[in-house]
Design a protein around this ligand. Structure first.
Ligand SMILES: *Cc1c(COP(=O)(O)O)cnc(C)c1O
Length: 417
C-alpha cells in the first residue's frame, strides 16, 4: 500500500505538510489540491515494478494536464501519452521531451500529425487505415520516417463503467484484432513509416487486472503472428487503465502485482513494454476543496450546498462516480445526518453525492471531495459562467499555485459583442 498523501494532522485534513484550511484561507474555494510526493510515489511504483524489463512509462496527459504536474513527471523521466496537439503543446511547455511522447486517439487531424512529426515524437498509436495513410503522406512530405503502432481492439470486456470501457469490438476505438494482420500488411507497403509497435487500451478504472492480462495475452499472440510476416515489432503498448479505490471498500490490485503477472508472458520476446497510466498516477493525490454555502431541507431530504459544482468536477454526473466527501476539520461533528451534497448549478445532475451519511456540517465548513486528481479539472467547464477553480500543488510544506483561479474577465476572453 502506498501512503495516503491526505491525512488528519491535529484534527485537520492535510496534504503532505500543509493543512487544507490554510490553503482555503489563502487561495479560496473551490480549489483543487494536489500532492507532489503522492504523484511521484505512484509513478515510481510503475518504475520499480518494471525494473529489469525494457520499458517506457508514458503518463496519460488527459487524466490531469496541469503544467506543474507534467513538469514534476517530466523531471522524473516520464514519457507522455497524448491525444491531441494541445496536449503535445502542454508537454513541451512543461519541459517534457517530445521524443518520449506517444500520440493516441481515434481522430488525429492532419495539422496535429504534422505538428507531432515536426516535434519528433516517439510514435503514433494509429486507429484506422485512413489515419495511417495520412501519417505516411505527411511524413513523406517532411522527409521523415514516422514510427507507428496500430491500436488493436482485443475484444476483451473490461467490466467497468460503459463510458470508460473501450476494448470491445462494438467500440469506436482501435482496429479489430482479427483484421489486424491485413491492416499491418497494407501499412507496410506505405512510404515514410516504420511499423514497430502493437498497442491496445481496453478501458479505465480496472480494479482487477485480469482483463488487462487477458488482452496482453491476445496482443502478444498477434505480435508473434506479425513477426512471422516479417514485421519487426519492437514495442508492446498495453495502454493505461489500472483503477484506484474511490470507495473505502474498493481493493485495487497494486501495480507490482499486475506487472509480476505480466512479466512471464513477456519473457524472451525482446519487446519494449510501454504503459500509459493516467488515473492510477494522479487520482489519489488530488482533492477538490469546497466550502459549505448552506444546508437546507426539502421535504424529507437534506441538501448540503457547496461552492463547487458539476462544472468543476463532473465525474458524479457523467459516470455516476463515487467520491468520498470528508470534513476538513474533524472535531465539532459529533452528530451525523444523511444528505445530498450538491453545487449551485441549475441542473439536477449537479451533485457530488446522494443520500450520503455525513457529519452534521454547517455553513462555512470545509469539505474535501477525495480522489479527484484524475479526470477532475481537465473535464471542468465554465457552465453557468462559473470561473474555473484554482489548482495548487503541495510539495512538502510548500504550496505552489499551479493555476490561478479564473476571474470574470477570463469568462469572456475571445468573445465579442
Ligand atoms: C485514457 C487513456 C489512457 C489512460 O487511462 P487511465 O485509465 O487513466 O490509466 C491511456 N491510454 C489511452 C489510449 C487512453 O485513451
Amino acid at each position: 500500500m502506498l501512503n495516503d498523501p491526505f491525512t488528519y494532522q491535529a484534527g485537520v485534513l492535510s496534504c503532505e505538510g500543509v493543512a487544507l484550511d490554510s490553503i482555503a484561507t489563502e487561495f479560496g474555494t473551490p480549489t483543487y489540491v494536489y500532492a507532489k510526493h503522492g504523484i511521484l510515489s505512484r509513478f515510481s511504483a510503475y518504475e520499480n515494478a518494471l525494473s529489469g524489463l525494457p520499458h517506457r512509462i508514458c503518463y496519460s496527459v488527459k487524466a490531469n494536464s496541469n503544467l506543474a504536474i507534467l513538469a514534476v513527471l517530466a523531471k522524473q523521466g516520464a514519457g507522455f501519452d497524448i491525444v491531441s496537439g494541445g496536449e503535445l503543446f502542454r508537454v513541451i511547455q512543461a519541459g517534457g521531451d517530445p521524443r518520449s511522447v506517444v500520440f493516441s486517439g481515434v481522430g488525429k487531424t492532419p495539422e496535429e500529425i504534422r505538428f507531432a512529426l515536426e516535434q519528433r515524437i516517439h510514435s503514433f498509436n494509429c486507429e484506422s487505415e485512413s489515419e495511417i495513410e495520412w501519417i505516411s503522406k505527411i511524413a513523406t512530405e517532411l522527409g521523415q520516417t514516422a514510427s507507428i503502432a496500430i491500436r488493436v481492439n482485443p475484444d476483451v470486456d473490461a467490466v467497468t463503467h460503459p463510458y470508460i470501457s473501450t476494448g470491445l469490438r462494438e467500440h469506436k476505438f482501435g482496429v479489430d484484432i482479427h483484421a489486424a494482420e491485413a491492416t499491418y500488411t497494407r501499412a507496410a507497403q506505405l512510404p515514410g513509416l516504420a511499423i514497430e509497435g502493437v498497442s491496445c487500451h481496453i478501458g479505465s478504472q480496472l480494479l482487477d487486472p485480469d482483463p488487462l492480462l487477458q488482452a496482453a495475452g491476445k496482443v502478444i499472440e498477434l505480435v508473434k503472428r506479425l513477426r512471422a510476416l516479417n514485421l519487426p515489432i519492437r514495442y508492446l503498448d498495453l495502454g493505461g487503465g489500472l483503477g484506484v479505490p474511490y470507495r473505502p471498500g474498493d481493493r485495487a490490485a497494486p501495480v507490482n502485482t499486475f506487472i509480476e503477472r505480466l512479466r512471464p508472458k513477456l519473457e524472451g520476446l525482446n519487446l519494449t513494454l510501454m504503459l500509459e497510466p493516467g488515473r492510477s498516477v494522479v487520482a489519489e493525490s488530488g482533492v477538490l476543496l469546497a466550502r459549505v454555502l448552506l444546508v437546507k431541507r426539502n421535504g424529507e431530504k437534506n441538501f448540503v450546498i457547496v461552492d463547487a459544482a458539476m462544472n468543476d468536477l463532473i465525474r458524479p454526473a457523467l459516470y455516476q462516480a463515487h467520491h468520498e466527501i470528508v470534513p476538513v476539520r474533524q472535531c465539532g461533528h459529533e452528530s451525523h445526518f444523511r444528505a445530498d451534497v450538491v453545487g449551485p448549478v441549475c441542473e439536477t445532475g449537479d451533485f457530488f453525492a446522494r443520500g450520503r451519511e455525513l457529519p452534521a456540517v454547517k455553513p462555512g465548513d470545509l469539505l474535501a471531495i477525495r480522489t479527484a486528481g484524475a479526470y477532475g479539472f481537465v473535464l471542468s467547464s465554465n457552465y453557468n459562467s462559473r470561473p474555473r477553480p484554482c489548482e495548487v500543488l503541495v510539495d512538502g510544506n510548500d504550496v505552489h499555485i499551479a493555476r490561478r483561479r479564473e476571474q470574470f474577465a477570463d469568462l469572456i476572453r475571445g468573445e465579442s459583442a
